[in-house]
Design a protein around this ligand. Structure first.
Ligand SMILES: *Cc1c(COP(=O)(O)O)cnc(C)c1O
Length: 419
């Protein structure tokens, strides 16, 4: 559910017409509904009310500090994958005691930053990383809380949508090797083994892989506890899908119910790392039609947002619904909706049946709140779009549009080129 809806022929965000904001801020821009973000967070969090839990929002899905602060004020934590994300989470007011740090390539300076900040735990993804964390913690006279990220190798046959096969990807450590690593971790002086972690994928629309993974994690927790490990946290990652087109993912309450049922026989604090399910449908990308053109094969609608603003269609062939901000009674047509970037891969939709668009029309690329702005770039020297949030009938710019001066602000012409 979300708060973008038509009233008459106009698309609104909560109780503000999208066109009104576009008139003030210009296009392209990302637009978020505060109400949707808060509702999604609260729905997810309260769905787990029956068990001890911590919701750590996945910062990589949307890292704007105003958005992170909404969840921080609800008592939420953060799942980070870099020092930069740690900086953002802290800046947003997330308590370090509620931050978990995942990722296969944590640098020494990033590990030190996290140790110095006093985060809850590192989700360790390799044997060498474990050693590195221990060494850093030793130098800093700190104890690092750790979990090992398990690659539970959830059977791809029964779950073809994640059939990339988990064993062949770079994340985590397989269960058998993880036991070895846990034992080794115990012999290290500067780490505290406190958890078990996994994250099996993204945009999952079926509950069963989550439950399969949880079963494997539980077995591991029992085995470790049998050896005297004090495992307090069971981190089951993120990955719950959303509706972009016709997907029918389980509702967070259904997902939580299934987890809770399978959590009865294990005494642990659950950590959840949702990203997309919270932010995805809470944001849209608003863009203007620059030109239209046709050849005898195709109709093209050229808009002022590009793959540098939203790369998901180009990168993953993802589907995003595209809606006109004003939907007069229009003829329908089939068109490619493309950006201005000099790449054939720069498109938002191909062969899409849409109301006929004209120069100056505004469009909304729906479900763009997660992995939208956070994956944006300056490719083609395009200043990054503004981000705007609506709350209680007002809108707030939460990131100003970049100016041309921002593009070159960090660059230097060396002396030998100045002569
Ligand atoms: C990306 C990621 C998430 C969030 O995934 P969603 O599909 O957005 O819920 C959570 N945990 C880790 C470790 C991730 O890499």
């Amino acid at each position: 559910m979300h708060d973008f809806h038509y009233a008459g022929n106009e698309l609104w965000c909560e109780d503000v017409p999208v066109a009104e904001i576009a008139g003030k801020t210009g296009t392209p821009f990302y637009l978020y509904s505060h109400r949707t973000l808060l509702n999604h967070y609260r729905t997810f969090d309260s769905a787990f009310g029956a068990i001890p839990h911590l919701v750590c929002f996945s910062v990589k899905s949307n890292s704007n500090i105003a958005i992170l602060r909404i969840f921080a004020r609800e008592g939420g934590g953060a799942d980070i994958v870099s020092g930069g994300e740690l900086y953002r989470a802290l800046k947003a007011g997330v308590s370090p005691k509620r931050i978990v740090y995942s990722g296969v390539g944590k640098r020494i300076d990033e590990i030190e930053f996290a140790l110095g900040s006093g985060i809850l735990m590192f989700n360790v993804e390799s044997s060498q990383e474990l050693e590195q964390i221990d060494a850093c913690a030793g130098r800093m006279r700190k104890k690092a809380g750790i979990a090992i990220r398990i690659n539970p190798d959830v059977d791809p046959m029964t779950h073809p949508h994640i059939s990339t096969g988990l064993k062949q990807n770079k994340f985590g450590i397989d269960i058998e090797s993880s036991i070895r690593e846990y034992r080794r971790a115990r012999s290290l002086k500067n780490v505290n083994v406190i958890g078990v972690d996994c994250h099996i994928g993204s945009q999952l629309t079926d509950i069963s892989p989550f439950i399969d993974a949880l079963e494997r994690l539980k077995e591991l927790v029992r085995l470790l506890r049998g050896e005297g490990f004090q495992i307090r946290y069971l981190d089951i990652g993120g990955g719950l899908g959303i509706t972009y087109n016709e997907e029918m993912p389980p509702h967070p309450e259904e997902y939580a119910k299934a987890i809770i049922e399978n959590a009865r026989d294990i005494d642990s604090t659950f950590i959840l790392e949702p990203g997309r399910v919270i932010a995805g449908n809470a944001g849209i990308l608003v863009s203007s039609v620059l030109y239209t053109k046709s050849n005898n094969e195709k109709n093209f609608v050229i808009v002022d947002a590009g793959m540098n603003d939203l790369i998901r269609p180009s990168l993953y062939s993802s589907y995003h619904a595209i809606q006109p901000v004003r939907k007069e009674n229009r003829e329908e047509t089939v068109a490619d909706i493309v950006g201005p970037i000099c790449e054939s891969g720069d498109f938002f939709a191909k062969g899409r049946l849409i109301p006929k668009l004209e120069r100056g029309d505004l469009i909304a690329v729906m479900s763009a709140g997660a992995y939208g702005f956070s994956m944006s770039s300056n490719y083609n020297a395009r200043p990054r779009a503004a981000e705007v949030m609506v709350k209680d009938g007002k809108y707030h710019v939460i990131r100003r549009r970049e100016a041309y001066t921002d593009l070159t602000a960090k660059e230097r012409i060396p002396a030998f080129l100045k002569k």
